[in-house]
Every structure is written in structure tokens, then in C-alpha cells.
Design a protein around this ligand. Structure first.
Ligand SMILES: NC(=O)c1ccc[n+]([C@@H]2O[C@H](COP(=O)([O-])OP(=O)(O)OC[C@H]3O[C@@H](n4cnc5c(N)ncnc54)[C@H](O)[C@@H]3O)[C@@H](O)[C@H]2O)c1
Length: 353
């Protein structure tokens, strides 16, 4: 995939934002999950910043599937600053990087709800083994690390209208789908342990649902399904009642948050990464997409399938994330939901997804 205009615009905005990219000068970074949405965007942005700002970066992109990485990065792989590390985090082998590593961003995880319910044991295993390996690497290299966590760790929070980092709620451990949020909790706990016991400088970034320019052509999460349907003027089908409240953050704003946490986050701490203005129910979001992208042609239709449990949807949740802790580090989100959808549509048009 080539760098396209909407992405270039986002990357330029990032370079001119409160993100002080010069702090990465001469640094070496490892990014896991580098064929995924968040990981690939980070890699692309870092390579872009490297070219534009002459940062002398080395970016190690850890991928499980080499062919997928070649397909995704194409000619970017000719860039000497980019090194592929092919590794399956589920295996027992350690991640081996001979050179210096200054920063690690651990973004690899099982993220498809369907896989979570079909293989909860594997989902949990990738989370724990993968995070432990990356923490060991951070310890060995004395690198700073950001662990990419999720707002799903809150479960059903008690404080539903202003959910801060302290407001952990209930997660039903008898539901196999809980392997994902509970796995994230366990990994955050491991991060806290490595920070306390081994002084590893690690921070958790609890991401809200992240989308916008840069999502992969294969993306099939609900925001992408809505956007594709609305652009074709087809109805938007909800497989739940749509009552769950979503919290969102635009892709480039998430990249900015993760990089700022990499050098400004307090070790052992966790930070919500959400645009506080991007909060609404799934149904309201479907209505917004229909309005913004289909010129009113698409309708929102609720059609709950009989086998909905096997699809692995997260339980309905009421939650409005508070991101003041991150804002206190100087982070400001720039793109709210209507514009995020317009940018996503432009991106889909450019990559013809
Ligand atoms: N995108 C979001 O909206 C969102 C929201 C909250 C949290 N997160 C978290 O952010 C991180 C990145 O998410 P994403 O949206 O990029 O997901 P993604 O599914 O696009 O990417 C995940 C990546 O992890 C890799 N991976 C999975 N198992 C692996 C293994 N055994 N060994 C090596 N690599 C493996 C996959 O190959 C893929 O490249 C994840 O930890 C996810 O839980 C994402």
C-alpha cells in the first residue's frame, strides 16, 4: 500500500503537533503487531518522520507472517531503516534482537471477537506470553515500553459517565469472550510487576476503538462495515440492539498518544486514550454514519441473529472514558467522529477497499 494523500496529511499534522518527534532522534524502536492496524500505522509514520526530519531511526517491525508484511509494506521494505523480525509470540522462543533497542511498542494481540470465542485459551496465551517476552526484551535492553491495552479492561465500570483509570468494573469470568479483557488486565498487571520489581519503564495505553485513515483493506470491525455499507448506500445492519456505548479515537490521534506515552508516560501507570467528544451508542453511531456518508440513503436496521453468542460480541457496556490523565501530558485529540468517517471514506476511496 502506498502512502496516500489523506495519510500524508495526517502524518504532516502529527509532525507539526505537540508530539515532539525530535525526541526519537538516533533511536531504535521495536513495534510488534506490525502487520496490524495500529502497528502498521506506527511503522509508516515513523518511517515518514524519519525521512522528513532526518531522525536516523531504526524500526524493527515484528511480524508473524512475512508474506503479509511484504504485501503490506511493498517498496517500504527497501528502506534501510526498516528491519523485519519474523516471530510468533505464542512460541517459547525469546525475541532476539542483537542491536540496541531504546523503545518498544507492543501492539500484537488477538483482536477478532470471533477468534476470542473460538480460541479463548490461545487468545490468553498470545497476550501473556507475548507481553512477557516483550517485557523481558525491555528489561534486557533497558528500553522504555508502551503496552497497548484496551478500554475493554473496564468491563462494566461503576462510574459510567466519567470513567477514569481507577474505575475498573466487573468482568464475567464464566464468559469465554472475557479472555480478551482479562488477558489485557493480566498483561497490565505484568507490566506493573516488571516496573516495580525490575524497574522496567513501561506504560499501558488503554485505547478506545481506533479508526480512520490507515485502516487495513481487510478491516472488518463494525466501523468499517458501517462505512462500506453507507458508501454503497446500503442499509446498515446491527447484529445487536446497538445499546452499547462506544468510545473512539482517530487513528493519527492514537499514534500521537502512543508516541507521547513512550517518552512522557509515568512508568507503571496506565492512560486512557480516547477523544472525549467521540462517545455514543452503536446505534447512534450507525445513524451518524448513514447521515455523513450516504446522503441519507442508508437506513439503520436491527437484525439480531439467533447465533449471536458465537459471534463473540462484547457484552453491552455503558461507559464514557475520561482522558484527562493523558491530556495532562500535553496530548490533544484533533479529529472527532464525523470527520473521522469522512477521512476513512477518503482513505477507502484511495486504497479502493
Ligand atoms: N484498533 C482498536 O480499535 C483497538 C482498541 C483497543 C485496543 N487495541 C489494541 O491495540 C493493539 C493493536 O490492535 P490492532 O487494531 O492493530 O489489531 P490488529 O488485529 O489489526 O493487529 C494485531 C496484530 O497482532 C499480530 N499478532 C497476533 N497474534 C500474534 C502472534 N502470536 N505473534 C505475533 N504477532 C501476532 C497480528 O498478526 C496483527 O498484526 C492490540 O493489542 C489491541 O488489543 C486496539
Amino acid at each position: 500500500m502506498a502512502s496516500t494523500s489523506v495519510l500524508t496529511e495526517d502524518f504532516e499534522n502529527l509532525l507539526n503537533s505537540e508530539l515532539d518527534i525530535s525526541r526519537l532522534k538516533n533511536k531504535s524502536l521495536v513495534i510488534t503487531g506490525a502487520t496490524g492496524l495500529i502497528g502498521s500505522l506506527l511503522v509508516r509514520f515513523l518511517l515518514y518522520a524519519n525521512r522528513k526530519r532526518k531522525l536516523n531511526l531504526t524500526v524493527y517491525a515484528l511480524v508473524r507472517n512475512e508474506a503479509k508484511a511484504h504485501n503490506l509494506y511493498g517498496s517500504l521494505l527497501n528502506d534501510e531503516s526498516l528491519q523485519l523480525v519474523v516471530h510468533d509470540l505464542k512460541t517459547a522462543a525469546a525475541v532476539n534482537i542483537e542491536d540496541r533497542v531504546d523503545f518498544i511498542i507492543h501492539a500484537a494481540a488477538v483482536t477478532a471477537s470471533k477468534v476470542m470465542v473460538q480460541d479463548p485459551v490461545g487468545t490468553f496465551e498470545v497476550a501473556l506470553k507475548g507481553t512477557k517476552k516483550m517485557l523481558e526484551l525491555a528489561r534486557q535492553k533497558k528500553a522504555r515500553m508502551v503496552y497497548i491495552s484496551s478500554m475493554e479492561i473496564y468491563g462494566q465500570p461503576k462510574n459510567t459517565t466519567n470513567t477514569t483509570e481507577e474505575d475498573l468494573g466487573f468482568i464475567d469470568l464464566t464468559n469465554p469472550r472475557s479472555c480478551y479483557p482479562e488477558g489485557k488486565r493480566a498483561c497490565e498487571c505484568l507490566c506493573t510487576g516488571y516496573s516495580a520489581q525490575y524497574q522496567v519503564e513501561v506504560v499501558s495505553a488503554r485505547l478506545a476503538q481506533t479508526f480512520g485513515a490507515g485502516v487495513l483493506p481487510s478491516e472488518n470491525r463494525v466501523f468499517a462495515q458501517f462505512a462500506r455499507s453507507a458508501l454503497k448506500h446500503e442499509d446498515l445492519i446491527l447484529h445487536t440492539q446497538g445499546l452499547s456505548e462506544g468510545n473512539y479515537v482517530y487513528t493519527a490521534d492514537a499514534v500521537k498518544a502512543i508516541l507521547m506515552l513512550l517518552y512522557l508516560g509515568q512508568p507503571g501507570q496506565a492512560y486512557n486514550v480516547a477523544n472525549e467528544h467521540s462517545h455514543l451508542t452503536i446505534k447512534a453511531m450507525a445513524e451518524l454514519v448513514a447521515q455523513v456518508l450516504s446522503e441519507g440513503q442508508s437506513q439503520v436496521v436491527i437484525d439480531v441473529p439467533q447465533n449471536s453468542a458465537s459471534l463473540g460480541y462484547a457484552p453491552d457496556v455503558k461507559m464514557k472514558l475520561n482522558s484527562k490523565k493523558l491530556q495532562c501530558l500535553g496530548w490533544k485529540p484533533t479529529v472527532a467522529l464525523p470527520e473521522a468517517y469522512l477521512k476513512l471514506a477518503q482513505w477507502f476511496e484511495e486504497i479502493k477497499a
